[in-house]
Write a protein that binds this ligand. Structure first.
Ligand code: GLY
Ligand code: MN
Ligand code: MN
Length: 451
């Protein structure tokens, strides 16, 4: 184990009190008999020998604030050392090629580890560190290398049984453990998430002000992501969607390379990521600055659903109820447009709305765009509680070849997505900085041609 050797020139603490208190909360939850083993994430190949920019594992970053490939956290509540980090060793030659490393000293001095070791020592040190631990939490869904290292450590302890060493007999999934902490945003998480959503809103505003026919979807993507980076975000928290015309009806459209055509609508779904928290906002608006009467009527249906869904986002309700409230308004709208037939209850029960609305209305939001935390408790939808952040994103998508739809609406996709904090006193719309009322949008559309 390294002791406090002051060899770093930069000893500014990067470990925040928020990561320390998160480790404490998790430690209290798992108790003295358990340990938590978490991988920090690996570099992902983009093509051949080039890699994506590194983005740490959300759980790992949540507990450490450290963004370095390959790192491993071991937390052993009530034991010494309690918080151990395994990190890449300092290596001046390698750092010239692939960037600075904190090294074990940095892990202690800047990230608050009680002990830190080079990554290469993980396998040999793990058995001793797990001796006497009854259960180990680790993520089941990824990190096969870490699984192998753990199994090897368990096998080693098994062989040394007769010498009095005791191995953990229970492996538990860390995902639920972390999810149940992450779902309630603590003060630091909320501060970061609020700022991520604010930056997301700034990106959307720039796009709304900059849009006009003759540009391309790629211009809008560039405007948005320029704002994100300029305002301190690492970039988008998920693939930015800029879909003009019937591209808006493709839910995961990310090509963003078609020209913007006068008279069509543009759907933009974009969120900025800041310190591993992301916004998730969608707005839809006319490329030439004014909705046609038909487009406006369709838009008003989705907007009414969005606003009703947000009102439903209150303590004690749940995301099935939000979905239900939105669905009823969307179904009534589809009936008014003669796109479906029957009574509204029939349309809902028989899912006749599905060709026009095929996704759910809400998901948790935080470090991951589709964030951690159980959606059901027992078999019932989880009651909403203060500190939860979710999206409300109703939509209508009219297929381009729908013979029942008026020609002016064929190929229109409209989604309006906001980020909502559940509070005791009622929902707080974190993304309120981006207009969505028709008049407010029309007042600023194309007002500031950046390109
Ligand atoms: N942008 C991903 C989502 O809205 O869920
Ligand atoms: Mn979303
Ligand atoms: Mn979205």
């Amino acid at each position: 184990m390294l002791t406090h050797v002051l060899t770093l020139t930069d000893t500014t603490p990067s470990a925040s009190s928020s990561t320390a208190s998160r480790r404490q909360r998790i430690g209290a939850r798992i108790g003295d008999g358990a340990a938590l083993l978490l991988p920090g994430g690996a570099l992902q190949t983009r093509s051949n020998d080039t890699e994506q920019r590194f983005r740490p594992d959300s759980d790992f970053f949540y507990l450490t604030g450290l963004a370095e490939p390959g790192a491993v956290l071991l937390l052993r509540p009530g034991r010494e050392p309690e918080f151990t980090l395994f990190v890449q060793p300092r290596d001046p030659k390698a750092e010239i090629w692939s960037g600075r490393r904190i090294g074990p000293e940095g892990a202690i001095h800047r990230y608050g580890a009680d002990a830190a070791h080079p990554l290469g020592e993980l396998a040999e040190r793990l058995p001793a560190l797990l001796d006497g631990v009854e259960s180990v939490y680790l993520p089941f869904h990824h990190a096969p290398d870490l699984h192998l290292a753990l199994l090897a450590a368990l096998a080693h302890l098994h062989r040394r049984d007769r010498l009095g060493e005791q191995r953990p007999e229970c492996l538990r999934d860390a995902r639920a453990l972390l999810g149940e902490d992450r779902i309630f945003k603590d003060a630091a998480a909320l501060t970061t998430l609020r700022r991520a959503v604010e930056i997301s809103a700034e990106g959307h505003l720039a796009a709304i002000r900059g849009v006009r026919p003759g540009l391309s979807e790629r211009d809008i993507e560039a405007i948005i992501e320029h704002r994100f980076r300029r305002l301190g975000a690492s970039g988008p928290g998920y693939g930015t969607i800029v879909g003009g015309g019937d591209n808006a009806t493709i839910l995961h459209y990310v090509a963003n390379d078609a020209p913007l055509i006068a008279g069509q609508l543009l759907l933009v779904d974009a969120g900025a990521e800041l310190d591993c928290f992301t916004g998730d906002i969608t707005r839809t608006y006319p490329i030439s600055g004014r909705f046609s009467p038909e487009q406006r009527d369709l838009y008003q249906i989705v907007l009414a659903a969005n606003e009703a869904g947000i009102r439903e986002a209150r303590v004690g309700s749940d995301i099935d109820a939000i979905h239900g409230v939105c669905l009823r308004i969307l179904a009534e709208g589809l009936l008014d447009l003669h796109l479906v037939e029957g009574g509204v209850d029939e349309v809902i029960e028989q899912q006749r709305y599905l060709p026009y609305y095929m996704h759910r209305t809400s998901h948790w939001l935080g470090a991951d765009v589709h964030d951690a935390g159980h959606y059901t408790l027992g078999r019932r939808p989880r009651p909403l509680q203060p500190g939860i952040v979710l999206t409300v994103e109703p939509a209508l998508y009219i297929p381009a070849d729908d013979p029942r739809a008026p020609p002016g609406l064929r190929g229109c996709g409209i989604r309006i997505e906001d980020d909502v904090l559940i509070r005791a006193e009622g929902p707080e719309v974190l993304s309120a900085g981006v207009p969505k009322a028709v008049a407010e949008l029309e007042a600023i559309l194309g007002s500031d041609p950046l390109l």
